[in-house]
Design a protein around this ligand. Structure first.
Ligand SMILES: NC(=O)c1ccc[n+]([C@@H]2O[C@H](COP(=O)([O-])OP(=O)(O)OC[C@H]3O[C@@H](n4cnc5c(N)ncnc54)[C@H](OP(=O)(O)O)[C@@H]3O)[C@@H](O)[C@H]2O)c1
Length: 337
């Protein structure tokens, strides 16, 4: 089969196209999925580079989010048949493991998955939209709804709002009735965020977002408890030098939601803001199966529009990942083998 393969960790050149990678065969409880769409995430950049403490078996086929049609059903599998349209839950919740990291993922024509990881794609939901959901939209749902409880009327600041997780955080915050300030690295992305529903935007490469937020919503003070100065919720999966700045804009009792650290996981800390303003730092990791099912329903009903920015062929997988790594992405990048 054709596949995009990583044989050793490294830079962009470590992702190579292979026209003759061995086809997978199904074992007990497996299905083979003919991949119709796989979405890329920043996680794939980390996987290609190599992450401290995470062992990736080589050669690796990345791509955590896989949607397609069942091409073959392995022994012992019931309830699924050839031709069924399926989305694979990237997390193996029974034996452990993650698609595109510990086992081969979706950057290939065929992909082996455990039958218990399959989710039916409802009528009317495209393969590309389904593939865009689990990692980015699933984690955003967990962060904004399940753990973050973002509510009507709250002021929400989203850093990196143009990325896969970010656009969904914006969409979910607006669905909840919150007022959103979205941060992006270019004016062009900021414009698109306004079109997507942001109430205000900040180009945080050109301007200090702390000063901008103070100008928009006031500088939080301890006396500000019960008043409207500052921000209720900051969404920060960027880390690095944005971390302490995020603490500075939160009002008394504010929440900082995080699920990652694109720009660095061991930032400078200033815990004075956490105690003085009684802040809550809430982590989210991944999604539950029910989150994926809920998202598929939201998409099918038209309440949530999946933002697929660009679609690439398998042969273009390196370029597809470059768009993410070089911060050119707006929403999701999908590869269609
Ligand atoms: N724990 C979990 O389960 C989980 C699940 C999904 C994602 N994550 C994490 O969440 C983060 C976002 O993931 P994603 O797939 O949405 O990424 P993405 O699509 O690449 O979006 C990330 C956004 O962050 C901004 N950014 C700020 N500093 C950056 C930097 N130094 N390098 C690259 N981008 C930077 C970029 O927007 P601007 O250029 O406009 O600033 C970019 O659009 C990643 O760290 C990822 O590992 C964690």
């Amino acid at each position: 089969m054709k596949a995009a393969v990583v044989r050793a960790h490294g830079g962009p050149e470590a992702l190579t196209f292979d026209a003759h990678f061995p086809d997978p065969t199904p074992g007990e409880g497996d299905v083979i999925v003919a991949v119709k769409a796989a979405s890329l995430n920043y996680h794939d950049v980390f996987t290609r580079r190599g992450m401290p403490g995470i062992k990736v078996p080589m050669p690796a086929i990345m791509g955590l989010d896989v949607a397609g049609e069942i091409a073959e059903v392995g022994p012992g599998v019931t309830g699924w048949k050839k031709g069924d349209r399926v989305l694979v839950d990237p997390i193996n919740r029974v034996e452990g493991g993650l698609m595109g990291e510990t086992v081969h993922g979706g950057l290939a024509e065929l992909c082996r998955a455990r039958a218990h990881q399959l989710v039916k794609i409802p009528e009317g939901v495209s393969f590309a939209d389904a593939a865009a959901l689990p990692v980015a939209y699933g984690t955003a749902l967990r962060m904004m709804v399940t753990n973050g409880h973002v509510a009507k009327g709250e002021k929400v600041l989203i850093l990196g709002a143009s990325g896969g997780v970010g656009v969904c955080c914006l969409q979910l915050a607006k669905l909840a009735g919150a007022e959103v300030v979205a941060c992006a690295g270019t004016d062009a992305k900021a414009k698109r965020l306004m079109e997507l529903g942001a109430d205000k935007t900040i180009n945080y490469i050109e301007k200090d977002f702390v000063k901008e937020v103070y100008a928009m919503h006031g500088k939080p003070t301890r006396r500000g408890a019960g008043t409207d100065l500052g921000i209720d919720v900051v969404v920060n999966y960027t880390g690095g030098d944005t971390w302490v700045k995020s603490l500075r804009v939160l009002k008394v009792g504010g929440r900082l939601l995080t699920c990652g650290a694109t720009a660095g996981f061991d930032p400078k800390e200033d815990i004075r803001f956490i105690w003085t303003f009684e802040l809550k730092v809430l982590g989210s990791n991944g999604w539950m199966r029910s989150d994926i099912e809920k998202l598929l329903e939201l998409v099918q009903s038209g309440k949530l529009k999946v933002l697929v920015d660009k679609t690439f062929r398998l042969e273009e997988a390196r370029e597809a990942l470059r768009v993410i790594e070089d911060r050119e992405v707006f929403g999701k990048i999908v590869v269609t083998p």
